[in-house]
Design a protein around this ligand. Structure first.
Ligand SMILES: [Zn+2]
Length: 310
């Protein structure tokens, strides 16, 4: 059971390893063009050694060597305009983008080669799953509006589609629409903690701290140990100038997760701003016990306390 080892030559090579022409990459421009035509996934015998274990059809994570040949053959035919399993090809192109983008530096090729390949395949198919992949690619390319357009018509079909749709809306700052989507999802399943958190986040980002805080409370009813939700609820309260509640919420967050640096910082800010130095010092001592380097800050607070008592 040998795994593929992608060849990884040192750059600054002056000659193409395949034809000997001068080239800044291990494989020159002309050879790259040739390889893309015959092996669109770039991995082939001779450029990679060994084999993956698994089956092409039902396990996209793992590949046999013969499957790579099959995959290249399918892709080649698809790119020549023949009908194919575009969804499968697109999935693999995304997988290669995530896992094997490193090999691209050996070729005279653009950085987003696999992503563009995935896009090409996904856009050839009309089914929802391909559209979903296409939207994921748009997100990867930092084009949330492209993703949004694709997901607009299919988001109701599946929970994961709706989540991606919401994510695309949030990424382009369309909080109102994202909130609508999350509310609609909660109408279907009111115990979906992840969606409650997303709703809370969208509400918070839109400046509606009151409803955001209420949404975090819902999350905490479902899972009182969700320290992140305690922290985020604290931020909502802080934004509403409810300092006591905020302080309590941040303190619960660090009780649930004693390594939670951001929550400690919020606690310290509140205490120091209010001149509650001895409590600030207690917090710093607790941080020190947890391994944070706070000696300087302890000295500073002790200094302030001296000034205060004099
Ligand atoms: Zn060459």
């Amino acid at each position: 059971m040998r795994k593929y080892f992608i060849f990884n030559l040192v750059l600054e090579i002056v000659k193409c390893v395949l034809c000997g022409r001068e080239s800044s990459k291990p494989v020159c421009e002309i050879c790259t063009k040739q390889i893309i035509m015959d092996y669109p996934f770039l991995i082939r015998r001779g450029l990679a050694v060994g084999d993956f274990e698994g089956n092409l059809e039902d396990e996209p994570e793992i590949l046999f060597e013969k499957d790579i040949e099959k995959l290249n053959e399918m892709a080649k035919n698809a790119l020549m305009g023949r009908d194919s399993n575009f969804l499968l090809l697109s999935r693999y192109a995304i997988l290669f983008h995530e896992r094997f983008s490193d090999i691209l530096k050996n070729f005279e090729i653009e950085e987003n080669y696999y992503l563009n390949l995935a896009k090409e395949f996904a856009s050839r198919s009309e089914d929802s799953e391909s559209k979903y992949l296409l939207a994921k690619i748009y997100m990867e390319e930092d084009d949330p509006e492209g993703a949004e357009k694709v997901m607009e018509t299919i988001w109701k079909e599946k929970r994961e589609y709706a989540l991606l749709y919401g994510r695309s809306l949030v990424a382009s700052g369309k909080w109102g629409r994202a909130i609508e989507i999350y509310n609609e999802m909660l109408g279907e399943n009111k115990d979906d903690k992840e969606v409650w958190k997303l709703l809370a986040e969208a509400l918070y980002s839109s400046g509606n701290y009151e409803d955001a805080e209420r949404a975090y409370l819902r999350v905490l009813q479902m899972d009182k140990d969700d320290y992140e939700a305690w922290y985020l609820r604290g931020l909502c309260l802080k934004n509403m100038n409810k300092w006591g509640g905020a302080l309590q919420s941040f303190q619960t967050a660090v009780r649930k997760n004693p390594k939670y640096k951001e929550a400690y910082e919020e606690i310290l800010n509140i205490l120091v701003e209010r001149g509650m130095y001895s409590r600030a010092l207690e917090t710093l001592k607790k941080m020190k016990e947890e391994g944070f380097d706070v000696d300087e800050r302890m000295k500073e607070i002790e200094g302030r306390m001296k000034g205060w008592t004099l």
